[in-house]
Design a protein around this ligand. Structure first.
Ligand code: MLT
Length: 469
């Protein structure tokens, strides 16, 4: 468990022995796991981490870790360290690290489907949840569990089939997820007065049930909106999660399924401060059940400054393509980018609040595209922009982070395989984001994280605080 080891070495403590070290940190033995299933393994990890965090807080709980400026308070709390998220960390240069593993590492280490090259999202979920790289057999057990739990409650099917066609797919998605909370074991256990140290177990059960239902919910929305309501295919207990999902969507190209495995893996988690993850954490901190907490996060994902970005990039690229065609010269492209920037708009798909290099999620998709669709005109256009846009933005002299994000390419790939319904793209990110946010939620309950309640200020109050009045 890389995050655990790194942390332990920072504190100069052995992770193999139950001891009180000179700095009074207690660590229980990390005996080799005898767990055969995900929940039992998780129970072991939770027990260890609870002791670990308790000991850390006992010794370092009052240590100051930063200062906050007035601009940060007005500026969306950028850079303020105020959350604990165990599943991933966003490094400004290296990009997202899932339990300390970079995207190239997860692509190499996580189990693949037979003959496939892309990581199976089930394996990534296992990693996010436990900090351990699972075996192929462990991944298969998750695929099977999710396939077995895939059935959507009948009232949710009725609801989905009665939504008007002009209701945005993200609104349909979030409404259906909320309506699944009739199934919440956590809500029932809480109402029955279950002990706090059992919360994570019911949360875990809900999380597994919820994730399993997302592909059929998402596919039903797709079929209703774009395929005349034709029924989704039945789940196959032998197939992996992404393979079942693409079949339900009505796609049979194995390369599209491979893309989906990669797409879902890389979009799954982006540490705790992004809008969807933070929203899930905040809402769930009130002990709202996993279904309604996740739906809240999906509402945040539906915003144009967050998950709707992938839709906006393809709209912009299509406009560019229509105006200039795909073999536009570098000078023409530069001019188009300048016109966009000069009119006060941003170039969609470029620039990130935290990242200071090209998003490795973008790089992973670019590698996929170079292998599978090197001659696609839209990909070539995006690839040319990759060379041109950062320099143009830097030339403005105001923005330090002009590098492409994952949104800059994701829609191009989906479109290539025939998924041209751009309003649907964010739903796919929503399916994926469940993996990270739900794994985090299990840990929130396991660590007993309390209801979130930061202090807000009025402008007058802030002025008094800094001596301005
Ligand atoms: C994400 O994937 O959540 C986005 O890149 C936004 C963010 O990290 O704030």
């Amino acid at each position: 468990m890389a995050f655990f080891r790194a942390f332990a070495s920072q504190l100069a403590i052995s992770q193999h022995v139950l001891q009180k070290t000179p700095c009074a940190i207690a660590i229980i033995s990390r005996s080799s796991s005898s767990a055969t299933d995900l929940k039992s393994l998780l129970a072991e990890k939770i027990q260890e981490q609870q002791v670990y965090v308790k000991s850390f807080r006992e010794q370092y709980g009052s240590k100051v870790i930063g200062e906050i400026t007035v601009d940060q308070v007005y500026g969306g709390m950028r850079g303020i360290r105020g959350l604990v998220t165990e599943t991933s960390y966003l490094h400004p240069e290296d990009g997202i690290k899932f339990r300390d593993f970079t995207i190239p590492q997860i692509k190499k280490l996580l189990p693949k489907s037979p003959g496939g090259n892309e990581p199976l999202p089930e394996g990534l979920f296992w990693l996010l949840l436990t900090g351990e790289v699972p075996s192929a057999e462990e991944v298969r057990s998750v695929s099977k569990m999710w396939a077995e739990k895939a059935e959507i409650p009948p009232h949710v099917v009725t609801m989905l089939n009665n939504f008007p066609a002009h209701l945005h797919p993200m609104s349909q998605f979030t409404a259906a997820i909320m309506a699944c909370n009739t199934e919440s074991k956590f809500a029932k256990a809480y109402a029955d007065g279950v002990s706090k140290n059992m919360y994570w177990e019911y949360t875990f059960d809900d999380v597994m049930n919820l994730i399993a239902k997302l592909p059929p919910i998402a596919a039903t929305i797709y079929k209703n909106l774009y395929r005349n309501g034709s029924p989704i295919s039945a789940v196959d207990l032998e197939k992996d999660w992404s393979s079942n999902f693409t079949s339900m969507l009505g796609y049979d190209n194995p390369d599209f399924t491979e893309l989906m495995r990669l797409y879902i893996s890389i979009h799954s988690d982006h540490e705790g401060g992004n809008v969807s993850a933070h929203t899930v954490h905040l809402v769930a901190s009130a002990l709202s059940d996993p279904y309604i907490s996740f739906a809240a996060g999906i509402n945040g994902l539906a915003g144009p400054l967050h998950g709707l970005g992938s839709q906006e990039v393809l709209e912009w690229l299509t406009e560019l393509h229509n105006d200039l065609s795909s073999d536009a010269t570098e000078a023409q492209l530069k001019d188009f980018v300048w016109q966009t920037l000069k009119s006060g708009q941003v170039v969609p798909g470029f620039g990130h609040d935290v990242l200071r290099r090209t998003d490795p999620r973008y790089t992973a998709l670019r590698e996929f595209a170079l292998k599978h669709l090197p001659d696609d005109p839209m990909f070539n256009l995006a690839n040319n922009l990759y060379r041109i846009v950062p320099q143009s933005i830097l030339a403005l002299g105001k923005i330090k982070n002009p590098w492409p994000t994952v949104d800059g390419l994701s829609g191009v790939l989906l479109r290539y395989y025939g998924m041209k319904e751009i309003h649907y793209y964010t739903v796919l990110i929503g399916v994926s984001r469940a993996l990270g946010t739900m794994a985090s939620l299990v840990w929130d309950r396991a660590l007993g994280l309390p209801i979130e309640r930061p202090k807000s200020m009025t402008t007058d109050g802030l002025m008094k605080l800094v001596g301005a009045v």
